[in-house]
Design a protein around this ligand. Structure first.
Ligand SMILES: Nc1ncnc2c1ncn2[C@@H]1O[C@H](COP(=O)(O)OP(=O)(O)OP(=O)(O)O)[C@@H](O)[C@H]1O
Length: 231
């Protein structure tokens, strides 16, 4: 099914008839089963579903971390399934931001230095000023702190800012509130919604936390590798 109407033209994310089979040939699992999904720039989409239903596989394929077995994935108008591995890696670094459960910050770096890292890796100037971004996520007074000097919610704020520093088309977020209490969870997802709209990024949030779905424009459910609009 087509998950929602496409108003993107060239921007955002589009998965067309995407399937992904995992395994070694003798025992295979269909992690994604003919998935269609369009997320427009500035749209905030949530994906829920039971453990093992294919949510992480969806993020991996959408972000070019793994190739689909069939179907196409378009990010910002570029069909990433047609790129060579090298070009896809480069494209991913520049156009896709990832935020994971634990934030994945480097222990030795201050908050502001975490935000300087992506442009060093991509050998490109940051699209957005690290200090301004930190201010936008409410962290300007803690820019010189290292991860162990920050709370879980603050670490996630830094991780979100880092994912946005190169000005990505697509933001992929995997269980960002798993380690947070209820009020911190709300703050982090509200922040994701704000950044998504303000900077016109297409955002996909995978979550088990039904409490925060009200911040999202639409909610989809994954069951056995199939994606459907949630009732
Ligand atoms: N490398 C792999 N080889 C074989 N099967 C795999 C591999 N990785 C994942 N799977 C299987 O693919 C299916 C989808 O897994 P996936 O991690 O995408 O689910 P998920 O919805 O993200 O689960 P969770 O909520 O527990 O993180 C599961 O049946 C899983 O066991």
């Amino acid at each position: 099914m087509t998950a929602n109407s496409d108003t993107t033209g060239t921007g955002g994310l589009r998965l067309s008839d995407v399937s992904k089979t995992l395994g070694d040939g003798t025992e295979t699992v269909t992690a994604l089963d003919h998935v269609n999904l369009t997320v427009s720039p500035g749209e905030f989409v949530a994906v829920v579903g039971p453990s093992g239903s294919g949510k992480s596989s969806l993020l991996a394929v959408a972000g070019g971390l793994s190739a689909p077995t069939s179907g196409t994935v378009t990010v910002g108008g570029v069909d990433i399934t047609r790129l060579s591995d090298r070009r896809r890696t480069r494209f991913r670094r520049e156009s896709v931001g990832f935020v994971f459960q634990s934030g994945n910050l480097l222990p030795a770096l201050t908050a502001v230095d975490q935000l300087r890292l992506p442009s060093r890796f991509a050998k490109r100037r940051a699209a957005r000023d690290p200090h301004e971004l930190l201010a936008g996520v409410g962290m300007s007074d803690k820019a010189r702190r290292r991860p162990h000097e920050l709370s879980g919610g603050e670490r996630q704020r830094v991780a979100i800012a880092r994912a946005l520093v190169l000005g990505p088309n697509l933001l992929l977020v995997d269980e960002p509130t798993a380690a947070l209490d209820r009020s911190r969870s709300h703050e982090v997802v509200e922040l994701l919604a704000k950044e998504t709209r303000e900077f016109g990024v297409a955002t996909v949030l995978v979550t088990h936390d039904h409490d925060v779905l009200g911040y999202c424009d639409s909610v989809y459910e994954m069951v056995d590798g199939r994606l459907a609009a949630s009732a």
